[in-house]
Design a protein. Sequence first.
Length: 369
Amino acid sequence: MGIETFWQDYTFNALVYGVGRLHKKNENELKNVKTFYDNDVDGFLYLGELSIQKKFDNHSLTIGRQTYNTPLVNNNFRITQNAYEGINYTYSNSAFDFKSLYFYKVSSSTMANNVPYNHKYGFLGYGLGYNIGGFKTLSKHIINKDVSTNGAIHFLAKYGQKEQYISLENLYVDNFFNTSNLTLSYNVENIYLKAGMIYQFSVGQKHIEKHIENAQLNKKLESHHYQLQLKYQNEKFQIAYSISKTPSNKNAIYNGTLMSPFSNQPSWLVGLNTSHATIADTLSQKISATTSTKIYEMPLILSTAYIKYDIGDANGLTPNAIDTSEWYLHLQGYFSKNLSAKIQYSYVENYDPLTHKSFNTKLALEYKF
């Protein structure tokens, strides 16, 4: 719940985040493992966003608690979102876009504690801490410890137009790690090709190596992730094939798994309920198709996708290989300019060591004022 107001070139935004339990806890304690909450807390309420923005010409400056969306730093799209306390600057013209964020506190999204293997799956976009329901320092969010850091600075620079561009993204977290993301995109008529690489290494006093697993083995933080996408697209239809590889590195923490405490979407291969492409020793593939049509003058969008993660036994998270797959269907209809409805269905198999199969259905009715 919140309010957004405008005055001349200024925007003021205040938003309260909260979660409350609508039913009693399940009698099976295994189904109540810290879902949504810290420890045994049944709910929370806090000021998730409080910011003021000033726009001038092609520039904008935002100060305060805010959301932010790039592959390496984003809001996670959960019940409550990742939010960042800091300063955000953006610039945009017809051929060049630039955005940057300096932040020193983080509000973790919900579901960070939903998986009992949180201390390992934290690499996939939630941080290793258990800090849901308020803003914490970066070290608390990343490793659940108070250690020295001057915060983090992020930037994303993009040159080009539409599907022909080059972009460079970088996230530097003082005394923790540096992550760079390079993407090249090119198209000829209706054929589109995109290639990218992510490289990560530790910096500063090496808090990562000192405070998490494998420290006693003198392993370092170093990860590589490569991805490629081929797509055909016209006005009403799109089909795409994506493939990515995260190699293993026996001398690295978790054998080279990419650490992503501020995003669960650094890879292009992300499903509704899966996000495993950045685990070490993983080959990931995705094929997707989207079409738009009308039924009785009502616009409809239909999307379907199949994702397969071949996670090898050198992944550094589990003693064995874990192959994961997801098939999902997304249907969205627009009753009017403001009113729409959507249904999402997915079937997931072996998406973590504790669950063999999972069926998920989501329904939503949305009205935009």
